[in-house]
Design a protein around this ligand. Structure first.
Ligand code: SF4
Length: 102
């Protein structure tokens, strides 16, 4: 098993804590609010689905934190911080697979 880089794990923990705080205080987190089936759009292979998810990210109260994370880790899979995979390719190769939306 490939070890997870420490800074990636630490940064992801920071992001998750921000998301939990937003959720706990009643903020808007579109990728968590839309339900399991719809939230799959954030991890869809189809670029049109990803772009629809990225548009929904504009309403997110954690957009700045999520964008900070994905700009530090552009190889992550799926939509993060309102940015689709195709926009991040070429920066650092293929996206790393994730198993769930942010
Ligand atoms: S991917 Fe990030 S910016 Fe988009 S809705 Fe989820 S937490 Fe918010």
């Amino acid at each position: 098993m490939t070890p997870i880089p420490t800074d990636l794990a630490e940064d992801y923990a920071v992001l998750l804590s921000v998301l939990d705080e937003v959720e706990d205080t009643g903020g808007t987190l579109p990728c968590r609010a839309v339900g399991l089936a719809a939230s799959a759009a954030w991890l869809a292979q189809d670029e049109d689905e990803q772009r629809a998810a990225a548009r929904a990210c504009r309403e997110c109260d954690a957009l700045a934190a999520c964008r900070w994370y994905v700009e530090a880790h552009p190889a992550e899979q799926g939509v993060l911080g309102g940015i689709v995979e195709a926009e991040r390719r070429g920066r650092r190769g293929r996206p790393r697979r994730r198993t769930e939306a942010a």
